[in-house]
Ligand binder design. Structure first.
Ligand code: SAM
Length: 286
């Protein structure tokens, strides 16, 4: 559908369908025509790919994805948008819009059933209130996807893509690096959306690793330690882990020393390998 980036056209369309914006659902729609083609191109929307989109809105990104990929499955939680999308995406025969909450939809089955013989990737302008749970779900579930390309709040993008050793590195940065190679692609100003949010955004891409690092033996315990390490940000690694897991500080210090880690180190200065070795030693004394 033409003109979907114009506020006047969006207002007329949504007014006709009796739709009003929900802040709670993170409904800020893209009105900058340069952004969606870039997300689609950098997000693997191309021949041979099936794309899962999260939160279709009025379908501006869906349109760009459908024009490039073999198939698009767009998940949208707000049923009021379904008749809108039926109108705006009428020209695309390779789009399926599914009403559902992305945190509840069985994505593995969706990929298996809808993308037979295709590679899969995820592209989205994410509703920001569920950025972390969505990204963690997409990564931890080990879905058969090549990449996850998402627009998130700029501060979240910095944190998610931070390398170990960087100030903004946190538990989520460790998880992202464990499962993928992250890249911050480009920034998008708040004026590119209608209604305009009060934060700027960035588009990030996580290229999913075909194999996760082999130096982590017990993944579940590794992430328990990672979360514990960052639970109290201003504390040292050992103090934070000791407090969060209820393990005697002296034992935690010994585990750090055995792993070759300075017990006074801050968690953000740890490497993935260092954290894995520390977790292994902690497991022995737990
Ligand atoms: N893709 C459109 C765009 O770029 O203009 C809309 C993006 S808007 C930031 C986020 C969209 O996600 C909204 O349409 C909202 O209704 C939808 N949404 C919110 N929570 C959702 C959930 N749990 N599952 C699926 N979609 C959701």
């Amino acid at each position: 559908m033409e003109g979907l980036y114009q506020v006047k056209v969006i207002k007329e369309l949504l007014g006709r369908h009796g739709f009003s914006f929900s802040k709670k659902l993170g409904q800020n729609f893209l009105i900058d025509p340069s952004v969606c083609p870039k997300i689609a191109e950098m997000g693997n929307a191309k021949s041979g790919f099936g794309i899962i989109e999260i939160g279709a809105g009025v379908g501006v990104l869906t349109h760009e994805l459908a024009a490039r990929a073999d198939k698009v499955c767009a998940i949208e939680v707000d049923e009021r948008l379904l008749p809108v999308l039926a109108e705006t995406l009428a020209e695309h025969k390779n789009v399926k819009v599914l009403r559902g909450d992305v945190l509840k939809v069985d994505l593995a089955s969706l990929i298996r059933d809808e993308f037979d013989g295709l590679n899969a990737a995820v592209c989205a302008n994410l509703p920001y209130y569920i950025t972390s749970p969505v990204i963690m779900r997409l990564l931890e579930e080990r879905l058969p996807v090549s990449s996850v390309t998402v627009m998130v709040q700029k501060e979240a993008a910095v944190r998610l893509c931070a390398a170990p050793g960087e100030r903004s590195c946190g538990a989520a940065s460790f998880a992202v690096r464990y499962f993928s190679e992250p890249k911050r692609l480009f920034d998008v100003s708040r004026g590119s959306f209608y209604p305009s949010p009060n934060v700027d955004s960035s588009v990030v891409r996580f290229d999913i690793r075909s194999e996760t690092p082999d130096f982590v033996d017990d993944e579940k315990f590794f992430f328990t330690v990672v979360r514990a390490a960052f639970q109290q940000r201003r504390k040292t690694l050992c103090n934070s882990v000791s407090a969060a897991l209820g393990i005697d500080k002296q034992l935690v210090t010994q585990a750090a020393q055995k792993a070759g880690t300075d017990p006074s180190v801050r968690p953000e200065a740890m490497t993935l390998e260092g954290m894995a070795a520390f977790a292994e030693e902690l497991k022995k004394i737990r």
